[in-house]
Design a protein around this ligand. Structure first.
Ligand SMILES: [Zn+2]
Length: 323
């Protein structure tokens, strides 16, 4: 590469979320230049998703061309499993029309340049390792606590995708084998039904039935968010505090298993729910120490993510630069 590294030589990274479609032009140093955000089309047809992504890429491109930038490739992260080699979306529970769809090929034919696909949580793990909390590490696990719980596993610098591209579904490992809450994956007792934003809201509603005296009881049910429950916890609301404590214990059970299996240097925790770190991290850490072997438990740092919403975009760009 003889081009200047900063700002001219770009990847257009696209994060196709269930709610928003975000795109950003990212350089070889992992710096974000132009960025745009539009609602993800609510459509039954994959072609509408393709045209929304294509128009976001064109918009990003015309922005960077104004200052002489050039987009080499497009790297798209999706909320689901993907087969990286074929560019097929294996499943995407929140964007059903993409299931089994050859998204990379469809985008390549309209954009006329290479297009990569990756799972969102995998990309977030790479982003945190490149530009975030796990800089300098080689073996890490990244958990994203959002509407659901995503996971990404990087072993000795390499993303572990599994034989079918479905690896890293840590949100759907069992933490409650008996009488567990039903998960949308079909299993019961998955980590996701105890540690996602959705789970925090459900657990709070359940706890309020036993504790109507809580100040949370006056909040209309439709206004519940994990953020509001966190705020109530900060003010000392016992229902909110107990929900986050119990979430921390389940998260710690899952992390103790990860620590024993992978002996990682670091577990990075991101996603919206990680904002409530102070209310669950201690319980989670204690559970790891209680359950995992002492040597890997002592070794493993458990830290908050640093890239925020941009982790997936940054990781997607990294994938395209190394490809
Ligand atoms: Zn599940």
């Amino acid at each position: 590469m003889d081009e200047a590294s900063n700002g001219g030589d770009l990847i257009c990274a696209v994060d196709l979320g269930g709610t928003n479609l975000r795109a950003a032009n990212i350089d070889r140093d992992g710096c974000i230049h132009e960025r745009i955000k539009h609602p993800t089309p609510k459509s039954e047809h994959a072609k509408d998703i393709v045209s929304a992504i294509a128009s976001a890429v064109r918009e990003s491109e015309s922005e960077c061309q104004k200052r002489g930038g050039r987009i080499h490739a497009v790297s798209v992260v999706v909320p689901g499993s993907v087969q990286v080699e074929t560019g097929i979306v294996v499943n995407a529970p929140n964007i059903n029309c993409l299931q089994g769809f050859r998204l990379a090929a469809a985008l390549e034919s309209v954009l006329d340049r290479p297009v990569l696909l990756e799972n969102d949580a995998n990309a977030a793990a790479l982003g945190e390792m490149w530009r975030g909390a796990a800089r300098g590490c080689q073996t890490i696990i990244c958990l994203t606590l959002g509407t659901g719980v995503g996971g990404g596993i990087i072993l000795e610098g390499k993303l572990w995708r599994g034989i079918d591209g479905t690896a890293g579904e840590i949100g759907h490992t069992s933490v409650e084998p008996f009488n567990g809450v039903k998960c949308k994956c079909g299993n019961t007792g998955c980590l996701e039904v105890y540690a996602s934003a959705t789970a925090i809201i459900r657990m709070t509603r359940e706890a309020l039935k036993q504790h109507p005296e809580s100040a949370m009881g006056s909040v209309p049910i439709e206004e519940f968010t994990s953020e509001k429950i966190y705020q109530a916890g900060l003010k000392g609301d016992e229902v909110a505090l107990s929900v986050f404590r119990s979430m921390g214990v389940r998260l710690g059970v899952a992390m103790a298993n990860l620590v024993n299996i992978f002996n990682p240097e670091m577990i990075v925790i991101g996603g919206g729910v990680s904002a409530a770190w102070d209310l669950f991290a201690r319980q989670a850490r204690e559970e790891v120490v209680k359950r995992a072997f002492p040597v890997p438990a002592k070794r493993c740092q458990i830290v908050r993510a640093e890239c925020g919403d941009d982790a997936g975009l940054i990781g997607a760009a990294k994938l395209a630069f190394v490809r």
